[in-house]
Design a protein around this ligand. Structure first.
Ligand code: MLT
Length: 276
């Protein structure tokens, strides 16, 4: 008989976190094929910004996989983030999400808006996958299962890193590939299914009532500045920042340039809602 998948029960479990500092909390949600260590260069470059929690999303880093009993979803990831806030006594947090982490941030806003005091949406989008992208996700599941995480990481190249970074910062590119190549295949497969099946959340944007930063690398080839401009334009009061010389992994590619933007935003949001 095949072994049962090693999944936790349906109740979302708290996620592993690097929990630093004190004061108003901000959670940092990494993208696909990454883990909480993605945020380390940014967190170190920002200086004090209150309490920061960089989480491993389900199936990545040291986090358990998504619970059994339901198809993998970004909603389940958002529920795991809330379970983590509960376990650490945090009522409301600023949510900083990159790419897939941004999808989770929007799912959090959709399901648990009272837990979100601000949003920083980095190199992400609100739209759903097109049929062609959905088919590519299914093909990537086969690649990951057959050839492992390193092959899945290589399949993201060169688009996942900006052209300037690839040309001028080889250690940064190599570090990203190493990080992506060590993620668990089961987590990669779940994330691909969750992203493939995510809903279009464009209609949600007009109802966002918390301060929102949209940040995009000017060389982002996956979630382009054009897409991010449209998303920021749909969110009341959102501020859009385009960071030159970096691509999809902007905070990793040039933490020193991204840090003042994110730190300035987090220091500027005291928990008050737009219109308060
Ligand atoms: C990510 O960086 O999280 C992914 O590129 C997002 C996606 O594939 O849609």
């Amino acid at each position: 008989m095949p072994a049962a998948p090693d999944r936790p029960p349906a109740r979302p479990l708290p996620l592993p976190a690097d929990d630093r500092g004190s004061g108003p909390a901000a959670v940092f949600l990494h993208g696909y094929l990454l883990d909480r260590s993605f945020w380390t260069p940014l967190l170190e470059a920002m200086g004090p910004v209150g309490r920061t929690l960089a989480l491993d999303l389900p199936g990545f880093g040291a986090a358990p996989p998504l619970p059994a009993g339901a198809p993998p979803s970004l909603e389940a990831m958002a529920d795991a983030v809330v379970a983590t806030l509960d376990a650490r006594g945090i009522e409301r947090a600023a949510v900083v999400g990159l790419s897939m982490g941004g999808y989770v941030a929007l799912a959090l806003w959709a399901r648990h808006p009272s837990r979100v005091r601000a949003l920083a949406l980095c190199d992400t989008r609100a739209t759903a996958d097109s049929p062609a992208v959905r088919a590519r996700r299914d093909a990537m599941v086969q690649v990951a299962r057959a050839e492992g995480a390193q092959a899945a990481a290589m399949a993201m190249m060169p688009g996942i890193i900006g052209a300037t970074t690839q040309a001028t910062r080889p250690a940064v590119t190599a570090g990203a590939l190493a990080l992506m190549g060590r993620q668990p295949v089961a987590g990669i497969v779940d994330a691909l299914a969750a992203m493939r099946d995510r809903p279009d959340r464009t209609a949600l944007l007009a109802g966002i009532t918390v301060p929102t930063l949209c940040l995009v690398g000017a060389e982002d080839a996956l979630t382009t500045p054009e897409e991010m401009r449209a998303m920021a334009g749909a969110i009341p009061g959102a501020v859009l920042v385009e960071v030159p010389g970096v691509g999809h992994l902007a905070p990793w590619e040039d933490a020193a340039s991204v840090a003042p933007v994110v730190a300035g935003f987090l220091r500027g949001v005291g928990g008050a809602e737009v219109g308060d």
